[in-house]
Design a protein around this ligand. Structure first.
Ligand code: NDP
Ligand code: 8X3
Length: 254
């Protein structure tokens, strides 16, 4: 396979860093973006100067996204695969107690950030008649759970935005995939969700075997490595230990 250029948001931790490593292993060039530049520099030291271009980017800053894409150096400018991975869940409170500021941050990051990165990189892909947008959804976009309120809704946005992108891109040769993982351990996701409360953060993974960031990275690499005629629309993956819950019935005292 010829050398590809992969633009990854949220490459400083978790899935994003694992995805960078997976593509770098085949010799791809990685534009590694996130807010924490020191982490991205670490990735460059690990994978090599030619392999990784670290770029500090807060995806909530639309002007910065446009600037970063416009100023990509020639070796990294023709992006083959955009992995819209940056995202977060904040809190698990019911809607009537949740923090509106946290709701806004999830919307700004998971929805607006993802759509503006896509908007910035799509024209080049359409012009070249090739490219792939891989969006990081979640099972939370399909199945509601208590406290998932806005987080789940942002991931439902990611799923439907992915489908609508496909509708717009029909005939251009540009592909779109939504990857929708369930419980994955070994990332900062839960620690971020619970504001650094380690006990709460570790509870979902206790005594079980969740998916790993490498499982997700392998899935992203697989969807992006199919022949050009194949578009994998979506992939939902869960660990074997996870399945759907029963419908709940609230009963009053007799
Ligand atoms: P991590 O918290 O480990 O990584 C999240 C990444 O997003 C970090 O690199 C962080 O970098 C980046 N990020 C957060 N906010 C911003 C921002 N405003 N601008 C740029 N980058 C940002 O989480 P995961 O790796 O677990 O999650 C990655 C994606 O996968 C998310 O979209 C998440 O919703 C989704 N997901 C996670 C699941 C899980 O169980 N872990 C399951 C299903 C989906 P930095 O802080 O340096 O900016
Ligand atoms: C992350 C999976 O179930 O914690 O998207 O919302 S879940």
């Amino acid at each position: 396979m010829e050398q590809r250029t992969i633009f990854i948001t949220g490459a400083s931790a978790g899935f994003g860093a694992a995805i960078a490593r997976r593509f770098a292993a085949e010799g791809a060039r990685i534009v590694a973006t996130a807010r924490r530049a020191d982490r991205l520099d670490g990735l460059r030291r690990e994978l090599g100067d030619d392999a990784v271009l670290p770029v500090a980017l807060d995806v909530r800053d639309r002007a910065a996204i446009e600037r970063v894409v416009a100023e990509l150096p020639p070796a990294f400018a023709e992006v083959d695969v955009l992995v819209n991975n940056a995202g977060l869940a904040l809190g698990l409170e019911p809607a009537y107690e949740a923090d509106p500021g946290e709701w806004q941050q999830m919307l700004d990051t998971n929805c607006a950030g993802l759509m503006h990165c896509t908007r910035a990189l799509l024209p080049g892909m359409v012009e070249r008649g090739a490219g792939h947008v891989v969006n990081m959804g979640s099972i939370a976009g399909s199945y509601p759970y208590p406290g998932g309120n806005v987080y789940g809704a942002t991931k439902a946005f990611v799923q439907q935005f992915s489908r609508n992108l496909r509708a717009d891109l029909h005939g251009t040769g540009v592909r779109v995939t939504c990857v929708e993982p369930g419980l994955v351990g070994g990332t900062e996701f839960s620690s971020v969700r619970f504001g650094g409360d380690d006990e709460r953060a570790e509870a979902p993974y206790a005594n079980t075997e969740p998916l790993t960031p490498e499982d997700v990275a392998e899935t992203v690499h697989w969807v992006a490595s199919q022949p050009p005629r194949v578009n994998v629309n979506s992939v939902e993956l869960m660990p074997v230990v996870q399945a759907w819950g029963p419908m709940r019935i609230h009963r009053t005292e007799p």
